[in-house]
Design a protein around this ligand. Structure first.
Ligand SMILES: [Zn+2]
Length: 342
Protein backbone atom coordinates (compact mmCIF):
# COMPACT_ATOMS: atom_id res chain seq x y z
CA UNK A 1 0.00 0.00 0.00
CA UNK A 2 1.33 3.45 -0.88
CA UNK A 3 1.05 6.56 1.28
CA UNK A 4 -1.99 7.94 -0.58
CA UNK A 5 -3.97 4.76 -0.12
CA UNK A 6 -2.81 4.59 3.50
CA UNK A 7 -4.05 8.12 4.13
CA UNK A 8 -7.42 7.27 2.56
CA UNK A 9 -7.78 4.11 4.62
CA UNK A 10 -6.66 5.43 7.99
CA UNK A 11 -9.70 5.17 10.35
CA UNK A 12 -11.08 8.65 10.95
CA UNK A 13 -13.00 10.69 13.47
CA UNK A 14 -14.47 13.95 12.25
CA UNK A 15 -15.60 16.70 14.62
CA UNK A 16 -16.18 19.59 12.22
CA UNK A 17 -18.63 18.91 9.41
CA UNK A 18 -21.82 20.86 8.66
CA UNK A 19 -24.57 18.55 7.45
CA UNK A 20 -25.98 21.35 5.32
CA UNK A 21 -22.73 21.46 3.34
CA UNK A 22 -22.70 17.76 2.50
CA UNK A 23 -25.51 17.24 -0.02
CA UNK A 24 -24.62 15.35 -3.16
CA UNK A 25 -25.49 17.36 -6.30
CA UNK A 26 -27.61 14.49 -7.64
CA UNK A 27 -29.58 14.43 -4.39
CA UNK A 28 -30.17 18.18 -4.63
CA UNK A 29 -31.56 17.62 -8.15
CA UNK A 30 -33.85 14.82 -6.99
CA UNK A 31 -35.12 16.72 -3.95
CA UNK A 32 -35.70 19.82 -6.09
CA UNK A 33 -37.74 17.74 -8.56
CA UNK A 34 -39.76 16.15 -5.73
CA UNK A 35 -40.63 19.54 -4.27
CA UNK A 36 -41.16 21.35 -7.59
CA UNK A 37 -38.18 23.68 -7.07
CA UNK A 38 -36.34 24.99 -10.12
CA UNK A 39 -32.60 24.28 -10.31
CA UNK A 40 -30.25 27.25 -10.84
CA UNK A 41 -28.28 25.29 -13.46
CA UNK A 42 -28.96 22.76 -16.23
CA UNK A 43 -25.69 20.99 -15.46
CA UNK A 44 -25.98 19.67 -11.91
CA UNK A 45 -22.28 18.77 -11.99
CA UNK A 46 -21.46 22.50 -11.82
CA UNK A 47 -23.76 23.20 -8.86
CA UNK A 48 -20.83 23.68 -6.50
CA UNK A 49 -18.64 25.76 -8.81
CA UNK A 50 -18.55 29.40 -7.70
CA UNK A 51 -16.31 32.43 -8.06
CA UNK A 52 -17.04 34.31 -4.87
CA UNK A 53 -18.19 33.89 -1.29
CA UNK A 54 -21.50 35.52 -2.35
CA UNK A 55 -22.14 32.86 -4.98
CA UNK A 56 -21.18 30.24 -2.40
CA UNK A 57 -23.73 31.63 0.07
CA UNK A 58 -26.40 31.79 -2.62
CA UNK A 59 -25.78 28.15 -3.54
CA UNK A 60 -25.78 27.19 0.15
CA UNK A 61 -29.20 28.84 0.59
CA UNK A 62 -30.57 27.20 -2.55
CA UNK A 63 -29.32 23.73 -1.71
CA UNK A 64 -30.89 23.89 1.73
CA UNK A 65 -34.24 25.07 0.34
CA UNK A 66 -34.63 21.59 -1.21
CA UNK A 67 -34.46 19.81 2.17
CA UNK A 68 -37.95 20.01 3.63
CA UNK A 69 -39.43 16.75 4.92
CA UNK A 70 -38.19 14.51 7.72
CA UNK A 71 -37.17 11.93 5.09
CA UNK A 72 -35.08 14.59 3.28
CA UNK A 73 -33.10 15.29 6.45
CA UNK A 74 -32.68 11.56 7.00
CA UNK A 75 -31.37 11.09 3.46
CA UNK A 76 -28.95 14.01 3.85
CA UNK A 77 -27.50 12.57 7.07
CA UNK A 78 -27.33 9.01 5.75
CA UNK A 79 -25.66 9.90 2.47
CA UNK A 80 -22.96 12.07 3.99
CA UNK A 81 -22.04 9.35 6.48
CA UNK A 82 -21.96 6.85 3.61
CA UNK A 83 -19.68 9.23 1.67
CA UNK A 84 -17.37 9.54 4.68
CA UNK A 85 -17.14 5.79 5.12
CA UNK A 86 -16.46 5.17 1.43
CA UNK A 87 -14.03 8.00 0.80
CA UNK A 88 -12.12 7.98 4.05
CA UNK A 89 -12.99 5.10 6.38
CA UNK A 90 -14.97 7.42 8.65
CA UNK A 91 -15.66 5.74 11.98
CA UNK A 92 -17.25 8.47 14.07
CA UNK A 93 -18.49 11.97 13.36
CA UNK A 94 -19.91 14.81 15.45
CA UNK A 95 -21.94 16.77 12.93
CA UNK A 96 -23.19 20.35 13.03
CA UNK A 97 -26.65 21.44 11.97
CA UNK A 98 -28.01 24.99 12.00
CA UNK A 99 -31.55 25.05 13.44
CA UNK A 100 -32.47 28.52 12.20
CA UNK A 101 -31.36 27.77 8.65
CA UNK A 102 -34.42 25.53 8.56
CA UNK A 103 -36.85 26.95 11.12
CA UNK A 104 -36.76 30.39 9.45
CA UNK A 105 -38.09 28.77 6.27
CA UNK A 106 -40.89 27.05 8.12
CA UNK A 107 -39.42 23.62 8.91
CA UNK A 108 -40.16 22.65 12.53
CA UNK A 109 -37.10 21.96 14.70
CA UNK A 110 -38.42 18.47 15.52
CA UNK A 111 -38.58 17.61 11.80
CA UNK A 112 -34.94 18.62 11.38
CA UNK A 113 -33.65 16.75 14.41
CA UNK A 114 -35.76 13.61 14.01
CA UNK A 115 -34.91 13.36 10.32
CA UNK A 116 -31.17 13.66 11.00
CA UNK A 117 -31.46 11.10 13.79
CA UNK A 118 -33.29 8.68 11.44
CA UNK A 119 -30.43 8.93 8.94
CA UNK A 120 -27.76 8.55 11.59
CA UNK A 121 -29.37 5.43 13.08
CA UNK A 122 -29.78 3.84 9.65
CA UNK A 123 -26.15 4.61 8.76
CA UNK A 124 -24.93 3.07 11.99
CA UNK A 125 -26.98 -0.09 11.33
CA UNK A 126 -25.86 -0.40 7.69
CA UNK A 127 -22.28 0.89 7.83
CA UNK A 128 -21.14 0.72 11.45
CA UNK A 129 -20.34 4.44 11.55
CA UNK A 130 -21.47 6.41 14.61
CA UNK A 131 -22.59 10.03 14.65
CA UNK A 132 -23.66 12.59 17.22
CA UNK A 133 -25.20 16.00 16.54
CA UNK A 134 -24.18 19.52 17.55
CA UNK A 135 -26.70 22.35 17.11
CA UNK A 136 -24.99 25.47 15.82
CA UNK A 137 -25.82 28.99 16.92
CA UNK A 138 -25.91 31.34 13.95
CA UNK A 139 -23.96 34.36 15.21
CA UNK A 140 -26.02 36.92 13.33
CA UNK A 141 -29.24 35.76 15.05
CA UNK A 142 -30.31 37.52 18.24
CA UNK A 143 -29.39 35.95 21.58
CA UNK A 144 -33.09 36.00 22.49
CA UNK A 145 -34.21 33.99 19.43
CA UNK A 146 -31.31 31.61 19.95
CA UNK A 147 -32.28 30.98 23.56
CA UNK A 148 -35.83 30.20 22.39
CA UNK A 149 -34.76 27.37 20.03
CA UNK A 150 -32.24 26.11 22.56
CA UNK A 151 -35.09 25.64 25.07
CA UNK A 152 -37.06 23.77 22.39
CA UNK A 153 -34.04 21.59 21.65
CA UNK A 154 -33.53 20.79 25.34
CA UNK A 155 -37.23 19.92 25.57
CA UNK A 156 -36.92 17.51 22.58
CA UNK A 157 -34.18 15.70 24.50
CA UNK A 158 -32.89 13.45 21.68
CA UNK A 159 -29.88 11.39 22.82
CA UNK A 160 -27.93 12.00 19.58
CA UNK A 161 -27.91 15.77 20.20
CA UNK A 162 -25.00 16.19 22.57
CA UNK A 163 -23.65 19.66 22.00
CA UNK A 164 -23.95 23.31 21.14
CA UNK A 165 -21.66 25.04 18.63
CA UNK A 166 -21.57 28.39 16.86
CA UNK A 167 -20.77 29.56 13.34
CA UNK A 168 -21.23 32.35 10.73
CA UNK A 169 -19.41 35.69 10.50
CA UNK A 170 -17.14 36.13 13.52
CA UNK A 171 -16.06 39.78 13.33
CA UNK A 172 -19.45 41.52 13.65
CA UNK A 173 -20.71 39.24 16.46
CA UNK A 174 -17.98 38.18 18.91
CA UNK A 175 -18.71 35.17 21.17
CA UNK A 176 -19.65 37.06 24.37
CA UNK A 177 -22.99 37.88 22.69
CA UNK A 178 -24.05 34.27 23.38
CA UNK A 179 -22.51 33.72 26.82
CA UNK A 180 -25.90 33.24 28.50
CA UNK A 181 -27.03 30.84 25.76
CA UNK A 182 -23.94 28.70 26.20
CA UNK A 183 -24.29 28.77 29.99
CA UNK A 184 -27.86 27.52 29.62
CA UNK A 185 -26.68 24.73 27.30
CA UNK A 186 -24.06 23.70 29.84
CA UNK A 187 -26.62 23.65 32.64
CA UNK A 188 -28.76 21.34 30.49
CA UNK A 189 -25.85 18.93 30.08
CA UNK A 190 -24.83 19.86 26.53
CA UNK A 191 -21.15 19.87 25.58
CA UNK A 192 -19.86 23.07 23.97
CA UNK A 193 -17.60 24.14 21.11
CA UNK A 194 -17.41 27.15 18.84
CA UNK A 195 -15.96 28.37 15.58
CA UNK A 196 -13.45 30.98 16.79
CA UNK A 197 -10.40 32.87 15.67
CA UNK A 198 -11.06 31.83 12.08
CA UNK A 199 -10.86 35.43 11.01
CA UNK A 200 -11.20 37.01 14.46
CA UNK A 201 -8.62 37.77 17.19
CA UNK A 202 -7.23 35.22 19.73
CA UNK A 203 -9.21 36.88 22.53
CA UNK A 204 -12.26 35.17 21.02
CA UNK A 205 -10.76 31.83 22.00
CA UNK A 206 -10.25 33.04 25.57
CA UNK A 207 -13.87 34.20 25.65
CA UNK A 208 -15.09 30.84 24.34
CA UNK A 209 -13.15 28.96 27.01
CA UNK A 210 -13.89 31.27 29.95
CA UNK A 211 -17.37 32.65 29.28
CA UNK A 212 -18.96 30.06 27.00
CA UNK A 213 -17.48 26.93 28.58
CA UNK A 214 -16.19 25.56 25.27
CA UNK A 215 -14.13 22.37 25.39
CA UNK A 216 -13.01 22.45 21.76
CA UNK A 217 -12.28 25.23 19.29
CA UNK A 218 -13.34 24.96 15.66
CA UNK A 219 -10.66 26.45 13.32
CA UNK A 220 -8.62 28.83 15.55
CA UNK A 221 -5.94 29.72 12.98
CA UNK A 222 -5.25 33.22 14.26
CA UNK A 223 -4.35 31.88 17.70
CA UNK A 224 -0.78 32.05 16.40
CA UNK A 225 -0.95 35.86 16.81
CA UNK A 226 -0.91 35.44 20.61
CA UNK A 227 1.73 33.18 22.20
CA UNK A 228 0.01 33.33 25.61
CA UNK A 229 -3.23 31.90 24.23
CA UNK A 230 -1.22 29.26 22.34
CA UNK A 231 0.55 28.25 25.57
CA UNK A 232 -2.70 28.10 27.50
CA UNK A 233 -4.44 25.92 24.88
CA UNK A 234 -1.40 23.67 24.50
CA UNK A 235 -1.19 23.11 28.27
CA UNK A 236 -4.94 22.49 28.55
CA UNK A 237 -4.83 20.16 25.51
CA UNK A 238 -7.70 21.96 23.82
CA UNK A 239 -8.61 20.15 20.60
CA UNK A 240 -8.70 22.31 17.46
CA UNK A 241 -10.93 21.04 14.66
CA UNK A 242 -9.25 22.40 11.54
CA UNK A 243 -10.41 22.30 7.92
CA UNK A 244 -7.65 22.42 5.30
CA UNK A 245 -9.48 22.65 1.96
CA UNK A 246 -12.39 24.94 2.79
CA UNK A 247 -10.31 27.53 4.60
CA UNK A 248 -7.49 27.50 2.03
CA UNK A 249 -10.17 28.28 -0.53
CA UNK A 250 -11.97 30.95 1.49
CA UNK A 251 -8.82 32.73 2.71
CA UNK A 252 -6.82 32.29 -0.48
CA UNK A 253 -3.93 30.25 0.95
CA UNK A 254 -2.42 28.95 -2.28
CA UNK A 255 -1.75 25.38 -1.15
CA UNK A 256 -1.72 23.35 2.03
CA UNK A 257 2.01 23.82 2.67
CA UNK A 258 1.40 27.44 3.71
CA UNK A 259 -1.76 26.72 5.68
CA UNK A 260 -1.52 27.83 9.36
CA UNK A 261 -2.51 24.29 10.38
CA UNK A 262 1.16 23.36 10.01
CA UNK A 263 2.31 26.10 12.35
CA UNK A 264 -0.39 25.10 14.84
CA UNK A 265 0.95 21.54 14.81
CA UNK A 266 4.51 22.83 15.26
CA UNK A 267 3.35 24.98 18.18
CA UNK A 268 2.23 21.79 19.93
CA UNK A 269 -1.51 22.40 19.63
CA UNK A 270 -3.83 19.41 19.56
CA UNK A 271 -5.09 19.54 15.98
CA UNK A 272 -7.33 17.14 14.06
CA UNK A 273 -8.51 17.21 10.43
CA UNK A 274 -12.01 17.74 9.04
CA UNK A 275 -13.87 18.34 5.80
CA UNK A 276 -16.17 21.23 6.96
CA UNK A 277 -18.62 21.47 4.00
CA UNK A 278 -17.28 18.59 1.91
CA UNK A 279 -19.43 18.50 -1.24
CA UNK A 280 -19.55 22.29 -1.43
CA UNK A 281 -15.74 22.39 -1.57
CA UNK A 282 -15.28 19.27 -3.72
CA UNK A 283 -13.59 17.41 -0.91
CA UNK A 284 -14.13 14.53 1.53
CA UNK A 285 -12.49 13.39 4.75
CA UNK A 286 -10.15 11.03 2.89
CA UNK A 287 -8.99 13.77 0.55
CA UNK A 288 -8.27 16.11 3.48
CA UNK A 289 -5.76 13.60 4.87
CA UNK A 290 -4.30 12.81 1.46
CA UNK A 291 -3.87 16.49 0.59
CA UNK A 292 -2.69 17.97 3.88
CA UNK A 293 -0.45 15.10 4.97
CA UNK A 294 0.67 14.29 1.43
CA UNK A 295 1.59 17.84 0.41
CA UNK A 296 3.48 18.42 3.65
CA UNK A 297 5.13 15.01 3.75
CA UNK A 298 3.79 14.37 7.23
CA UNK A 299 5.14 11.26 8.94
CA UNK A 300 3.12 8.20 9.82
CA UNK A 301 3.62 9.10 13.48
CA UNK A 302 2.07 12.52 12.91
CA UNK A 303 -0.85 11.04 10.96
CA UNK A 304 -1.49 8.71 13.91
CA UNK A 305 -1.39 11.68 16.27
CA UNK A 306 -3.90 13.64 14.16
CA UNK A 307 -6.28 10.66 14.11
CA UNK A 308 -6.00 10.03 17.85
CA UNK A 309 -6.46 13.73 18.63
CA UNK A 310 -9.89 13.29 17.05
CA UNK A 311 -10.64 10.32 19.26
CA UNK A 312 -9.48 12.20 22.38
CA UNK A 313 -11.59 15.22 21.46
CA UNK A 314 -14.81 13.37 20.74
CA UNK A 315 -17.83 13.44 23.01
CA UNK A 316 -18.76 9.77 23.08
CA UNK A 317 -19.33 8.38 26.59
CA UNK A 318 -15.96 7.40 28.13
CA UNK A 319 -16.38 3.64 27.65
CA UNK A 320 -17.37 4.08 23.97
CA UNK A 321 -14.50 6.48 23.36
CA UNK A 322 -12.02 4.02 24.92
CA UNK A 323 -13.43 1.20 22.76
CA UNK A 324 -13.16 3.37 19.65
CA UNK A 325 -9.58 4.27 20.54
CA UNK A 326 -8.62 0.60 20.88
CA UNK A 327 -10.20 -0.23 17.50
CA UNK A 328 -8.53 2.72 15.81
CA UNK A 329 -5.11 1.88 17.25
CA UNK A 330 -5.39 -1.75 16.13
CA UNK A 331 -6.40 -0.67 12.64
CA UNK A 332 -3.57 1.88 12.45
CA UNK A 333 -1.07 -0.78 13.51
CA UNK A 334 -2.28 -3.12 10.75
CA UNK A 335 -2.26 -0.40 8.10
CA UNK A 336 1.23 0.78 9.05
CA UNK A 337 2.51 -2.79 8.79
CA UNK A 338 1.22 -2.89 5.18
CA UNK A 339 2.71 0.45 4.19
CA UNK A 340 5.47 0.36 1.57
CA UNK A 341 8.67 2.07 2.73
CA UNK A 342 8.84 5.55 1.16
ZN1 LIG B 1 -17.27 25.13 9.97
Amino acid sequence: MDMTEYLRRVPKVELHCHVEGTLRPETVAELAATHGIELPTDDIGTLYDYDSIYEFLETFRFVNSTVIDRADFARMAYETLEDGVRAGNLRHREMFFNPTLHTTRGVPLATVVDGLVDGIRRAEADLGVTCLLIADVYRQDSAEDTMAWLEELIELDRPEVVGLGMDAAEAPDPPEKFAAVFQRAGAAGLRRTSHACEDGPPVNITTCLDQLGCERIDHGYHILDDPDVVARCRDAEIVFTVCPTSTARVYGWPDLTTHPINAMIEAGLKVMLNSDDPTMFHTDIGKEYVDLCGQNGHSVALVRELVLNGVDGCWLPDADRDALRAEVVAELDALEADLEPA
